[in-house]
Design a protein. Structure first.
Length: 634
């Protein structure tokens, strides 16, 4: 796991060291630079040494004749088998790294090599013979990559601050995109909150030719696959159990200590128990505990799971003061405004884990693949209405607005339910009418989510909700938070559930294997039945929710009373005051709405106006503290 950056075009070579320095936290072990002056190209790398800790693993890395160069952030699972295949094809290796496998795999298959990779990654390959720079991001968007392009240059990096540090991106807020942020608390690829800065969507590649023309295309696309005939529940459970064992075993491969985040839920518990079985050693696990808040305290179920797996368990404390004090440095590391209340717990959990291990496993992705969230159940129950006669359906859905779309009544009512706020209300924080009143934004907040309807006709409301989460919320909200908060401390986090094989398996599962009555993640529970305590397997999902309602008022007084976003005319001061006073126009999810505006305000002060500076250095065991005197780079 590392940080990558680079450029092609009319940019001074001195820009590369500045870009690398801005992401040193992602790879504190080493720095590498590569230049092809004739092509006006440069590649940079900050190394977090995980596999082959020797200098042979240093990047950027080249093939035997120097015609292909790579800078790579990520891990390729099961790479020893890949290496054996490539050696059989006559390729010579100089290191034991998975990175070198990618170089030779590219030589074999060209850009189609991406279809052969099982792993998490963001990468850039310079093909001197073809005069092409190729960028790519893994299927589910575990690793991020940002870029800017104009008539003079193309530049990319793992984090936006790397582009800003070399003055390759401008500090201007994208007002249209901020409407989407207010609706959903994050911004979806390919857009970012910065005007002119884009992020490569998950499962996509990008090619830059000698004229700086850019071609972007998907090499893999998420979609619900049809079930492969009729299979028994036992067959599905056995296959999933085997796939999990393979995925976890392959992701435990490292030349450094590997631990795990443990919540006590089934997702992380199965990962930890399998790690303990495979390693035969004392696995180190880490759980967050929010002081003074039992609903946000995962200690009891995590203790049950850790005792069962016989691991070395550490409880990491997080207080309201921690959440308040760390918020500016957390937003600095996030790059974009993402109003995720779990940022502070994940930041502190990563800091504690990094003192003991260099890699941590997590259960991320299981809820999206196997339908663990309650809103999927709501969609599932709504879909049951489609079994009623057409006349009944028309009456039931009339409250959701006029029927639009195909002639088939079922498709029409589904589309109507999705397009109207009846379903979007399950996702949005600020509604469109509130966004229109609050700021001078040129588009609605839910446009990118509604556009999912244009890509395929939804067969059900539950399917749409899963599509929305997997295509948008998972890569742009959940995985982004995990990557940025862990890499702030130089910690690699691996999610075994997002292994390609498990992903392919989940897409073929019938819906009743994911939701059974009121039970979500049904087949996962069946796969773990008998291997974990019943209290863990059949425990009702209890989402961890950091109690930001206890901190939101103090933060609002600190940052929104004298809002710079209001001074700049981005947010209406009159409407902001109405919201803070509890005006009935802004009804529902009030704490989340205020929290979103606090995050936006701090982001604006750090990245746009630069009135708030961040010192990105370890202080009192924490990486970074807000400061008014130390610059972040301009």
């Amino acid at each position: 796991m590392c940080g990558i950056c680079g450029f092609r075009g009319n940019i001074p070579a001195s820009a590369l060291p500045a870009m690398c320095a801005a992401i040193e936290h992602r790879g504190p072990d080493d720095v590498g630079e590569f230049y092809d002056k004739d092509a006006g190209l440069a590649l940079g790398h900050r190394r977090l040494s995980i596999i082959d800790l020797t200098p042979a693993g240093r990047q950027p890395m080249q093939n035997e004749d120097g015609s292909v160069t790579i800078t790579f952030n990520g891990e390729i699972y099961g790479y020893p088998k890949l290496r054996s295949y490539l050696e059989g094809r006559g390729h010579r290796f100089r290191s034991r790294t998975d990175t070198e496998c990618l170089i030779h795999l590219y030589e074999e298959h060209g850009k189609d090599f991406l279809k052969e990779i099982n792993g998490m990654f963001a990468l850039a390959i310079w093909d001197r013979a073809r005069n092409q720079l190729i960028l790519a991001r893994d299927r589910t968007g575990i690793k991020p990559i940002y870029y800017v392009r104009n008539e003079r240059y193309f530049a990319f990096a793992s984090e936006i601050k790397s582009l800003l540090s070399a003055n390759l991106a401008q500090r201007r807020a994208n007002l249209c995109v901020l409407a989407q942020y207010l609706a959903f608390q994050y911004v979806s690829a390919p857009l970012t909150a910065f005007e002119g800065v884009l992020k490569l969507p998950a499962g996509h590649s990008l090619i830059v030719n000698k004229d700086l023309m850019v071609v972007i295309e998907p090499y893999w696309k998420y979609g619900t696959a049809l079930s492969e005939g009729s299979r028994s529940e036992e067959d599905y459970a056995a296959e999933l159990r085997l796939l999990l064992q393979k995925s976890i075993a392959e992701q435990m491969v490292a030349d450094v200590p590997v631990g795990a985040f443990l919540s006590g839920g089934i997702d992380s518990s199965v990962v930890v128990s399998e790690m303990a079985r495979i390693s035969g050693e004392n696995v180190k696990t880490f759980t967050i505990s929010y002081s003074g808040r039992s609903a946000a305290n995962e200690g009891e179920p995590a203790n049950l799971a850790s005792t069962f797996a016989q691991v070395e368990h550490t409880m990491v404390g997080c207080s309201d003061d921690d959440a308040r004090e760390l918020l500016p440095v957390i937003i600095y590391h996030m790059d974009e405004p993402i109003a995720e209340p779990l940022m502070a717990p994940t930041f502190l959990l990563s800091a504690a884990a990094r003192r003991e291990v260099k890699v941590a496993m997590t259960g991320e992705g299981a809820d999206e693949l196997f339908l663990g969230y309650d809103r999927y159940k709501l969609g599932y129950y709504a879909d049951l209405l489609s079994k009623f006669p057409d006349s009944v359906l028309r009456g039931v859905y009339r409250v959701l607005g006029r029927l639009v779309g195909p002639q088939d009544v079922k498709c029409r009512v589904i589309r109507s339910a999705i397009e109207k706020d009846g379903v979007f209300d399950w996702s949005v924080v600020f509604r469109n009418r509130e966004i229109a009143a609050l700021g001078r934004f040129s588009c609605n907040g839910d446009n990118v989510h509604a556009s999912l309807l244009d890509s395929h006709e939804p067969r059900s409301i539950a399917e749409f909700l899963v599509d929305e989460d997997f295509s948008l919320r998972l890569p742009n909200f959940i995985l982004m938070r995990v990557d940025k908060m862990s890499m702030a401390h130089g910690l690699e986090v691996r999610p075994p559930f997002l292994d390609n094989r498990i992903l392919d398996f989940a897409l073929k599962l019938p819906l009743d294997m994911k939701i059974r009555g009121t039970i979500g993640k049904y087949i996962l529970r069946r796969a773990c039945d008998g291997t974990l305590p019943d209290e863990i397997v059949w425990r009702k999902k209890k989402p961890f929710s950091a109690p930001y309602e206890r901190t939101v008022l103090r933060l609002a007084n600190q940052f929104l009373a004298n809002s710079e976003c209001a001074d700049a005319g981005i947010i209406s001061r009159l409407e902001l005051d109405k919201l803070l006073r509890g005006d009935s126009f802004y009804r529902g999810r009030i704490n989340e709405k205020i929290w979103s505006l606090i995050v936006l305000e701090i982001w604006y002060r750090i990245f746009i106006s630069q009135s708030m500076r961040i010192n990105d250095s370890p202080i009192s065991g924490r990486r970074g503290q807000p400061s008014r005197s130390v610059g972040m780079g301009s």
